[in-house]
Ligand binder design. Structure first.
Ligand code: GLO
Ligand code: MG
Ligand code: MG
Length: 412
C-alpha cells in the first residue's frame, strides 16, 4: 500500500468506521441511560510518562458532540469546567450559566457532578489531610459542587477519593483520616438537604467510587466492599443518601470479579451509578473503552444488571487512547463505545431469555431427586450429571456472544 497522505487520513478512518457497520442511530442511543463525562473526550492523552497528544476541547464542543451522537446526559468534575481559582467567585456563576445555556440549546441534561479532590496541589496529602484548613476547604468544595449540581439539575454526585491514602506508611493515622473523610461526606449531605429544599428538588444521590491503586501508593478505601463497610460504619451520618459508583475496571484491577462486586452492592441496595470501561487485571487504570478487553465478562455483568432491574446511569468513564486523534474521539471512539455497550446490553437480554439457558438453570435449581438426603454419597450421585450444565451454560453464553445461536457458523 502507498503511504496515506495526512490530508487523506480522516477520510480513510471515517470510511472504515462506516464500513464496520452495526452503528445505532442517535435516536436509538437516546433510549439508554448513557452519560457522557466532560473528561472523557477532553482527555488529552497525558499521564505520568505521557505528554498530551490532543488539543483541549471546551464544554460547548463536548455537549454539542454528545447531542449529535445521541448521548442525553453530560457530567463533569467542578474543575473540568471551572478553573480552581474561579471557584466561589462570580466567574463560577457565569460559567455555570453558560453550561446551562449550552445544555438546553443542545437538549442535554446534566446527570452528575463530582468534585476534583486529587489533582490540585492542595490535595497533596489528600482531601482529609491533618491540616484543618485543608479539610475545611475540602468541605467547602464538596458543598459547592452540590450547589452546582442542583443548579444544573443533576441527580447524582460522585466522590472518587483517589488521594485518600499515603506514600509513607505510619505517617498518617488511618482511622482518624477516615473519620475526617466522613466529615466531608456528611457536610456535603447536610448542604444537600438544605440546598435541595431551596430548589424544591429531591436531594442528590451521593456515590462513592473506589479504586485499588493510584494515585496514592496505598489507598484507604480501595474497593467497593470497603466503601460499603464505610457507609455502614456509623461514621456516615446519612447512610440512606450515600451509595456506590463502582467502576468496572477498578473492581477488576485488584483481581476481583466485577460481577460479584456489583452483586454485593445490589444486595445492599447501594448500586446507584456505574462507570463503564474495560482493562486488565492487576495493572494500572488504563480506562479502555467498554468491551474491548473482556466482552464475555461484560456480557455477564449486564445479564446480572438486567436481572436486578438496575436503572441507574452507565457512565462512559474511559480514556480514548493516545493513538486516537482529536477528530476520531468524536467520530469513532465515543460512538463505537456506546454501540458496543448497547449491543452487549441487548445481547444480555438474549442470554436472559435463551430457552437453553433457561431450561438448564431451572433444572439446576430443581436439583436431582436424592434417594437418601442424609447420605452424602446419594446427594453427589443425584446431582452429578446435572452439574455438567454449568459448563454448558458458559458455552451457550459464548455462542450468544459470537452470534452462533443465530446460525453464524465457520465451515472449514
Ligand atoms: C479515576 C476515576 C475518575 C472518577 C471521576 C468521578 O480513576 O475513575 O475518573 O470516575 O473522578 O468522580
Ligand atoms: Mg471512574
Ligand atoms: Mg478507571
Amino acid at each position: 500500500m502507498n503511504p496515506i497522505a495526512p490530508d487523506k487520513q480522516i477520510a480513510l478512518v471515517d470510511r472504515l468506521t462506516e464500513a464496520c457497520g452495526g452503528g445505532y442511530s442517535p435516536d436509538v442511543r437516546r433510549r439508554y441511560f448513557i452519560t457522557g463525562p466532560q473528561w472523557a473526550p477532553a482527555y488529552q492523552g497525558q499521564a505520568v510518562f505521557h505528554a498530551p497528544v490532543r488539543p483541549p476541547v471546551t464544554f460547548e464542543t463536548v455537549i454539542e458532540e454528545y447531542a449529535k451522537m445521541g448521548v442525553n446526559y453530560w457530567c463533569t468534575h467542578d474543575t473540568d469546567v471551572i478553573p480552581t481559582q474561579d471557584l466561589f467567585t462570580p466567574r463560577q456563576d457565569e460559567i455555570v450559566a453558560r453550561i446551562k445555556a449550552s445544555l438546553s440549546k443542545n437538549g442535554l441534561k446534566c446527570s452528575m457532578v463530582t468534585t476534583e479532590t486529587f489533582h490540585h496541589a492542595v490535595w497533596a496529602a489528600g482531601p482529609a489531610a491533618e491540616s484543618p484548613d485543608v479539610r475545611a476547604y475540602t468541605q467547602r468544595r464538596l458543598e459547592n459542587t452540590v450547589g452546582i449540581g442542583h443548579e444544573l439539575g443533576a441527580q447524582y454526585c460522585v466522590y472518587w477519593p483517589g488521594s485518600l491514602g499515603y506514600y509513607t506508611q505510619g505517617a498518617i493515622d488511618e482511622t482518624q483520616t477516615l473519620r475526617w473523610y466522613a466529615d466531608g461526606i456528611n457536610a456535603a449531605c447536610e448542604a444537600d438537604i438544605h440546598i435541595a429544599k431551596q430548589y424544591k428538588r429531591p436531594p442528590l444521590k451521593h456515590c462513592l467510587e473506589a479504586k485499588p491503586f493510584e494515585p496514592q501508593a496505598e489507598i484507604l478505601l480501595p474497593t467497593s466492599d470497603a466503601m460499603l463497610a464505610f457507609i455502614f460504619s456509623g461514621l456516615v451520618r446519612y447512610p440512606e443518601m450515600v451509595g456506590l459508583n463502582p467502576e468496572y475496571l477498578h473492581e477488576l484491577m485488584w483481581g476481583g470479579a466485577p460481577r460479584a462486586s456489583l452483586a454485593r452492592a445490589l444486595l445492599c441496595g447501594k448500586l446507584f451509578h456505574f462507570d463503564i470501561n474495560d482493562g486488565y487485571r492487576l495493572k494500572h487504570d488504563v480506562d479502555i473503552a467498554v468491551g474491548l478487553v473482556n466482552p464475555l465478562d461484560w456480557l455477564n455483568v449486564l445479564v446480572l444488571l438486567r436481572a436486578h432491574n438496575y436503572e441507574g446511569p452507565f457512565n462512559l468513564d474511559y480514556k480514548p487512547p493516545r493513538t486516537t486523534s482529536a477528530h476520531a474521539v468524536f467520530s469513532m471512539s465515543l460512538p463505537t463505545s456506546i454501540d458496543r455497550f448497547i449491543t452487549l446490553w441487548e445481547m444480555a437480554g438474549e442470554v436472559s431469555s435463551d430457552p437453553i439457558i433457561r431450561e438448564a438453570t431451572d433444572a439446576l435449581k430443581a436439583g436431582g431427586a436424592v434417594s437418601d438426603p442424609k447420605d452424602v454419597g446419594s446427594i453427589v450421585e443425584a446431582n452429578k450429571e446435572l452439574l455438567s450444565l454449568h459448563e454448558l451454560i458458559g458455552h451457550r453464553i459464548f455462542q450468544i456472544l459470537i452470534g452462533a445461536h443465530r446460525g453464524r457458523t465457520y465451515s472449514l
